[in-house]
Design a protein. Structure first.
Length: 221
């Protein structure tokens, strides 16, 4: 094992890490927004909205993320061409971000739904007695408390997404793992670079998991 080629490759690997973090952050933010909307739909008194959201969640939780990434990479340009009537270049990055948002939304939906349902119904009744609308009640009372309770779960799912970003190699996007693999292939030291990549993923995920557990204890108190 010769790790002497790691240091010269650090700039390229750092660029790959930046790509990985961008994918994760955008996927998490978009997933939480879409997931919150889906959760409110599932909790809605309208059976139509509830069934649509339920079907969405069940579908995306029943298929592998790799399939979703590949499908969006092929489908997004086709859909845009169907809407606009002309070829619109999308690129691997955009299609991957869309795939992560749509896929993670199914998981964030269940987290948000559980968080909302954990809030006492008495608070909902009190808000209605004060004359609040449904949107005011959710925005000012229910969701702030629910997000406080489910923050550790949201962060834990974000850690999982951080690891899953390595799947973007299937569409040729150079994330951290792909940049490490490529750097190793160039100098014929693939094993060494994959070992370093594994250690980096483990360190970041382990430290983040410990911070999530500390946060969970703090919020519980």
């Amino acid at each position: 094992m010769d790790f002497s080629g790691i240091i010269p490759a650090i700039p390229g690997m750092w660029n790959g890490m930046v790509m990985t973090l961008q994918l994760m952050v955008m996927g998490v933010v978009g997933g939480i927004i879409i997931g919150t909307i889906l959760a409110l739909m599932r909790l809605s008194s309208s059976k139509l909205l509830s069934n649509i959201a339920g079907a969405y969640v069940n579908y995306f939780r029943s298929i592998p993320l790799l399939l979703v990434i590949t499908w969006f990479y092929l489908a997004v340009p086709f859909v845009l061409r169907w809407i606009t009537g002309q070829d619109t270049p999308v690129g691997a990055f955009t299609s991957c971000v869309v795939a992560f948002m749509m896929f993670e939304a199914a998981y964030f939906c269940e987290i948000v739904r559980a968080g909302v349902q954990s809030i006492s119904r008495g608070q909902m009744g009190a808000a209605q007695a004060l004359g609040m609308t449904y949107s005011q009640m959710m925005r000012l009372i229910i969701l702030p408390q629910a997000f406080r309770k489910m923050t550790p779960l949201l962060l834990q799912q974000s850690i999982i997404l951080f690891q899953d970003t390595s799947l973007v190699y299937t569409v040729g996007l150079v994330d951290f793992l792909n940049s490490a693999r490529s750097s190793g292939d160039i100098i014929g030291r693939s094993n060494e670079f994959l070992v370093i990549a594994g250690l980096v993923y483990f360190t970041i995920s382990f430290v983040a998991s410990r911070l999530v557990k500390l946060m969970q204890k703090r919020l519980a108190v």
